[in-house]
Design a protein around this ligand. Structure first.
Ligand code: GTP
Length: 235
């Protein structure tokens, strides 16, 4: 199979790492996701990963906690997930560098754009942890920002649902999956693809977003090879 892209960002939600559990990291799930990320890398694609933290702590769920503090707690959760992904990928022989937007040099190297790009050129996977390092920004916005910074051609947004629907498929059995969307449609219709800051950043920098389900982890390889599964958000 021939990949359609040379350099991509994979956005993994924290929840994706929990598998069927409500909390934490499921070893079987992370292994199967990483196996597929390895297969994707073996196609010759340069891969950077932005991981969320919702399986451990989600800033917006921090009821009674100051918003900025809750967001920092969420950012720390992404570091835990980043280290877990690094460990699982390296156990499969894939070289990985975790870079964190909040400096904690005993734990991981700091985010340095040019170093991240050099790692990618050398065939390493780079995991961007700690979000943007700022409260009030999501890890979706991090994916959009880092994609623009490192010249990624596309964001692969791996979710629990297999694409974007016109209404919530869990609540409405007649919800229809949408194959193609424009950025402005997502914003106008308030579709829950990414938050509006993230979508605006993608729109301003013309970065397409492919939204697909991770139920079958081999979907990562499929979307990289241009198979039309899920939903594409573009101009
Ligand atoms: P090259 O410069 O291409 O050789 O990349 P490299 O990442 O192999 O070299 P470097 O010597 O910078 O890093 C070696 C190892 O140390 C890698 O696993 C890095 O992730 C890690 N590392 C580098 N800088 C830091 C840091 O500031 N903190 C921590 N915790 N690890 C670091």
């Amino acid at each position: 199979m021939k990949p359609k892209y040379n350099r991509v960002i994979i956005k993994l939600s924290g929840e994706a790492l929990a598998g069927d559990k409500a909390f934490g990291i499921d070893p079987g799930t992370i292994t199967s996701i990483c196996k597929n990320i390895k297969d994707a890398k073996d196609l010759g694609v340069e891969i950077a990963i932005v991981v969320g933290g919702g399986n451990i702590f989600r800033g917006r769920d921090g009821e009674g906690i100051d918003r900025s503090t809750a967001d920092y707690m969420g950012m720390l959760a992404t570091v835990i997930n980043g280290l877990a992904l690094q460990d699982a990928l390296e156990a499969m022989g894939v070289p990985v560098r975790v870079q964190t937007a909040i400096e904690m040099k005993e734990v991981a190297e700091p985010y340095i754009r040019r170093k991240a790009m050099r790692h990618l050129e050398k065939g390493r996977i780079v995991i961007f942890a700690s979000g943007t390092g700022n409260p009030y920004f999501s890890t979706d916005t991090t994916a959009a920002l880092r994609a623009a910074e490192i010249d990624a051609e596309v964001i692969l947004s791996a979710k629990k649902v297999d694409g974007v629907y016109d209404s919530d498929p869990k609540l409405n059995p007649n919800a229809k999956k949408i194959d193609v969307l424009s950025y402005i449609d997502v914003l106008n219709r308030g579709l829950k693809v990414m938050d509006s800051t993230a979508i605006s950043l993608c729109m301003d920098n013309n970065i397409p977003v492919l939204v697909f389900g991770l139920e079958q982890p081999e979907n990562i390889v499929k979307v990289l090879c241009g198979e039309n599964i899920g939903t594409i958000v573009k101009e």
